[in-house]
Write a protein that binds this ligand. Structure first.
Ligand code: SF4
Length: 465
């Protein structure tokens, strides 16, 4: 018997879908009577892993080494590893062989079994390795969730992916596409709105293929239009879009419904048709440009961000120039840029024509310089405007600066003039202000552009939706 409430801590890596899974596992821990401990020695330490890139793998194994020492100091601590990496046979074997201090391992399809697996570990004092090899995810929509942000609710609308891009492990780790029931999503969104969430993020590996597994049912444009018309949230976000499946109709709906974010994240990965073909992306650079330019024309206040991979096997200088050219044409407002790393079990891992490291590194620097220039120019273009910002809290680096995002997903760091009131009351002083204004909306005057953020000053808070 512990004689106190046992505690848990979750470390999450990777995408927002992983974050959403972690929120569900936090909900299960709390239902089991545990409470969250942000410190270094909780009773249960869980790592929710990501397998998309090699560096996430390196981080897991590095952390497992650190946790070994931690467990030596606290022998009763339970260490759990779950998430996509557990579905990679090489990684699973390495955990089994080299990290005997890990108590429980389970896969992304087994989240709903967390209480049972934990009970088994504690009651039978055996190590648990339960990575389900089913090809689908359980319908875990109803699991309780502890939301990590009080202003934004993460809501998966579908699971898995059917696309088999040749560099990606997701179809192997998360299984085939499965859309959630339209009515259940709407009911859940109503509840979240009643609880006061200002923003919702609709999630899927490829939200644009929502409903394709039930062709007579609503598709993604239907879903997002319905949610917008219900006026449940001041802001509706969605992630991630695939250019192959993004329809013109979706762009029309975004243009006509201002509560849908003025931001589109649309990974293009490479500007070369040859590389896109070897990546099995299912679109051409011409089609990508058509979508991007249509979005720019119909949503003039919208921003476009993307993902780009440099150094895919066989990428020539000409292919790379095509990537730079596409960037010049679209002028992305932001981009996540990656150096290609082979993932075990994917088709591209067997491609033999890898690009020499020094060539990749040179291309990566050139790409980064171009994108940074575009990002800065984009932020400079809105200086002098007053824009609505959803406040996320206190800045991590400066206690007198607050942070939030515009509907176009620009990161705004702002100050609040002395004597500002919130509603009828003066703002609490110091750190209390961050908590008091988290999730509020405000008009911020944009004053100074940086590459990844904008500095501003609060003009006033907005009441109501
Ligand atoms: S669309 Fe491609 S990159 Fe995205 S999750 Fe599916 S396979 Fe991976």
């Amino acid at each position: 018997m512990l004689g106190r409430v046992p505690t848990y801590r979750i470390r999450t890596y990777g995408c927002q879908l992983n974050e959403s899974d972690s929120e569900k596992m936090a909900g299960l821990f709390e239902r089991m009577g545990l409470s969250e401990d942000p410190g270094d020695s909780p009773d249960v330490l869980l790592m929710n892993t990501c397998a998309i890139r090699e560096n996430a793998e390196d981080r897991l194994f590095g952390n497992l080494g650190v946790w070994k020492a931690l467990k030596a100091e606290h022998p009763n601590m339970l260490i759990i590893v779950c998430g996509c990496m557990t579905k990679i046979p090489e990684d699973l074997n390495r955990i089994k062989k080299s990290f005997s201090h890990v108590d429980v391992v389970f896969g992304p399809q087994d989240i709903h079994r967390l209480p049972e697996l934990l009970y088994e570990r504690v009651s039978r004092e055996v190590k648990i390795m339960q990575v389900s090899d089913r090809d689908y995810l359980p319908d875990d929509d109803d699991l309780p969730a502890v939301r990590c942000r009080k202003f934004r609710a993460l809501v998966p609308i579908m699971y898995g992916c059917n696309n088999f891009c040749t560099y990606c492990v997701v179809p192997y780790t998360r299984g085939r596409e499965r859309s959630r029931e339209f009515d259940r999503i709407i009911d859940q969104l109503r509840e979240l709105s009643e609880k006061g969430f200002e923003e919702v993020m609709l999630l899927g590996q490829n939200v644009n293929s929502y409903g394709k597994d039930a062709p007579d049912k609503p598709d993604f444009p239907d879903l997002i239009e319905t949610v917008s018309k219900m006026n449940l949230f001041s802001r509706i976000r969605f992630m991630t879009s695939h250019p192959k499946d993004l329809s013109d109709r979706l762009i029309d709906i975004i243009a006509q419904n201002p509560s849908i974010e003025r931001h589109l994240h649309l990974p293009f990965q490479s500007g070369s048709n040859d590389v896109l073909k070897r990546m099995n992306r299912g679109y051409t650079r011409e089609r990508y440009l058509e979508i991007a330019l249509r979005y720019r024309a119909l949503v003039p206040d919208g921003t476009l961000s993307t993902d780009i991979i440099v150094g895919f096997p066989g990428e020539t200088e000409k292919d790379f120039q095509d990537t730079l050219d596409l960037m010049e044409q679209v002028q992305f407002d932001a981009a996540f840029t990656f150096i290609y790393s082979a993932r075990p079990g994917t088709a591209a891992a067997s491609f033999s024509d890898s690009v020499p490291e020094e060539v990749v590194s040179d291309r990566f620097s050139r790409l980064l310089a171009l994108q940074n220039a575009h990002s800065l120019a984009s932020n400079q273009s809105v200086i002098g405007n007053s824009e609505e910002v959803l406040i996320e809290g206190l800045s991590h680096t400066n206690e007198s600066v607050f942070t939030g995002r515009t509907s176009s997903n620009r990161l705004i760091n702002f100050t609040i003039p002395d004597g500002t009131v919130l509603g009828a009351d003066p703002l609490p002083l110091g750190g209390g202000t961050g908590a008091a204004i988290e999730g509020k909306r405000a008009i911020i005057r944009l004053l100074k552009a940086k590459t990844f953020s904008i500095e501003g000053q609060l003009e006033y808070f907005i009441d109501g939706r």
